[in-house]
Design a protein around this ligand. Structure first.
Ligand code: FPP
Length: 240
């Protein structure tokens, strides 16, 4: 906690170890161009690849992205199908390229709600991740922050009847077990809220909001967010 204090002087933060992103604005990006929303998601998936490569190149250790929430099922069948199709495509590519690219992939979310093919690909990427070193990318699919906490509580209660966990013990029951909390959460698309994303893990994260629509995001936007993060003084509830 004292990492930012040296000789009583607040220090600037270093590079965030873990960046999380809410990829918002695909639909508006498409509408502005007279395209269907699904075209916005296809462009968004390309942006995700570009941003993930950028983060890896600058030395980020963990990147977590919100790809599909437990609430996104209420969108049209066509839109849900398009997003799921993009996720299958990405998982297939990941199976082929993770080892070469030095990327470990994990999926956070309720995988029971996903297709058989997605579940099979997630098992494969889990296996590859165990033997690969490099940046860890966590893709949140069928993910909700409250759902994650309720599931963790249920599992804790089943395995430890009558006991109250410490925060540390409880966090081992979350999808993010073993992953440090995000230092910085970036939301594109102009809204300023967390939308049920990483509710537990976001406790001390710095929050950065930009009006840039997700498909337009570049390394420069991430650089701006990191510059903002570097200027923040993190007190974790203490005083300096
Ligand atoms: C939010 O924008 C975006 C989503 C719900 C889907 C995100 C999915 C992708 C970027 C594609 C697949 C991802 C990977 C990791 C390959 P919105 O549709 O709510 O945009 P709007 O607010 O402008 O309508």
């Amino acid at each position: 906690m004292a990492q930012n204090i040296e000789a009583g002087r607040p220090q600037r933060n270093g590079l965030p170890r873990h960046i999380a992103m809410i990829m918002d604005g695909n639909g508006r990006w498409a509408r502005k161009r007279g395209l269907p929303r699904t075209a916005g998601h296809a462009a968004g998936a390309e942006t995700f690849r570009r941003i993930a490569t950028y983060c890896k190149d600058i030395g980020i250790e963990y990147l977590t992205v919100y790809a599909f929430s437990t609430e996104n099922w209420s969108r049209s069948k066509e839109e849900v199908g398009a997003i799921m199709g993009l996720l299958v495509k990405y998982l297939r590519e990941a199976v082929e390229s993770m080892e070469k690219d030095g990327i470990r992939l994990r999926v956070f979310g309720d995988v029971q709600g996903l297709s058989e093919e997605q579940r099979r690909l997630i098992t494969e990427t889990d296996e590859i991740s165990r033997r690969v070193t490099g940046m860890q990318v966590n893709v949140c699919i069928n993910y909700g922050g409250r759902d994650e906490i309720v599931r963790a509580a249920g599992r804790w209660a089943a395995e430890n009847p009558g006991k109250t966990p410490t925060e540390e013990e409880f966090s081992r029951y979350l999808y993010s077990a073993g992953v440090p909390d995000p230092d910085l959460i970036i939301r594109s698309g102009g809204e300023k809220r967390l939308s049920n994303f990483l509710l537990w893990q976001a406790a001390y994260a710095e929050l950065y909001f930009t009006d840039t629509l997700w498909p337009d995001m570049t390394g420069r936007d991430v650089e701006n967010a990191i510059e903002f993060y570097r200027g923040r003084e993190r007190r974790y509830g203490g005083v300096k």
